[in-house]
Write a protein that binds this ligand. Structure first.
Ligand SMILES: Nc1ncnc2c1ncn2[C@@H]1O[C@H](COP(=O)(O)OP(=O)(O)OP(=O)(O)O)[C@@H](O)[C@H]1O
Ligand SMILES: [Mg+2]
Length: 237
């Protein structure tokens, strides 16, 4: 089924929790390599749930998913683990290792990949400085503010230039100036080849960047391209 130019494909996908009703139904989606999409929808529409399928944390209740041209129905644990290493994730609730410093959280993916410690120091320092956390590099993340934790989580997700970046409300805890700067980071990463999906409630961000929008509504997924965004009218995100 899969087109080699697509990083993610979903067909007839449903998601449900336990014995409850489906929260998303008949999802059909193809994300081309190198694309950039926003993911929108009211609170509870299923954005985090859809992202959790994309980062392989959850299986659909039905349908087929392929990620990096691997049909997940046939992937074993080792294959899933190796696919997951190509995905950077910014979780809505950050999921930092709270007893480690900001530096060590961001260094983690590089250490796992076996990079030289001197190179790690250089890259992590550069990125944490860019997100304006140079003064907090050695702070244990448990003491950081919400917006600071969010920036550590973003730095950790992008430090090894993943093939796919999935970010769940990555600018929800920062002011407009920092949000603009973080968006610039995602845009630059995308220009280097990373496929990006960003869940957001921010009208400002969606309006400032002319990327297509995956919109979840009534358990379904609708795609809007920048030229027909006006068709959305007053849809609240
Ligand atoms: N682990 C879970 N167990 C049961 N129900 C869940 C679970 N996670 C999510 N849900 C339900 O699935 C629906 C979609 O939730 P989800 O977190 O995906 O929405 P969202 O679009 O990310 O919302 P928000 O904008 O508030 O983050 C909600 O009705 C939620 O209650
Ligand atoms: Mg969510």
């Amino acid at each position: 089924m899969s087109d080699p130019n697509n990083i993610i494909e979903m067909n007839n996908v449903g998601i449900r929790y336990g014995q409850g009703p489906e929260i998303l139904s008949d999802i059909k989606l193809a994300l081309p390599r190198g694309s950039f999409h926003f993911l929108t929808g009211q609170s509870g529409a299923g954005k985090t749930s859809l992202l959790s399928l994309m980062y392989l944390a959850q299986k659909p209740s039905r349908g087929q998913i392929s990620v990096f041209n691997h049909n997940l129905s046939f992937a074993n644990r080792d294959q899933l683990a190796s696919l997951r290493r190509r995905i950077g994730v910014v979780f809505q609730d950050f999921r930092l290792i709270e007893h480690l410093s900001a530096f060590d959280n961001v260094a983690l993916p590089l250490r796992v990949s076996g990079m030289d410690e001197r190179e790690i120091r250089k890259r992590v320092t550069e990125l944490l400085t860019w997100v304006e956390l140079d003064a907090h590099m050695q702070d244990q993340t448990s003491i950081l503010s919400g917006g600071e934790k969010q920036r550590v989580a973003i730095a950790r997700a992008v430090i090894n230039r993943p093939d796919l970046l999935l970010a769940d409300e990555p600018t929800g805890n920062v002011d407009n100036i920092i949000a603009g700067k973080l968006m610039k980071l995602f845009v630059e990463l995308n220009k280097l080849g990373t496929t990006v999906v960003i869940a957001t409630h921010s009208d400002k961000i969606i309006n400032d960047f002319a990327y297509p929008r995956l919109h979840l509504q009534n358990r379904g997924l609708h795609i809007y391209y920048p030229s027909d965004m006006s068709a959305l009218g007053g849809v609240h995100v």
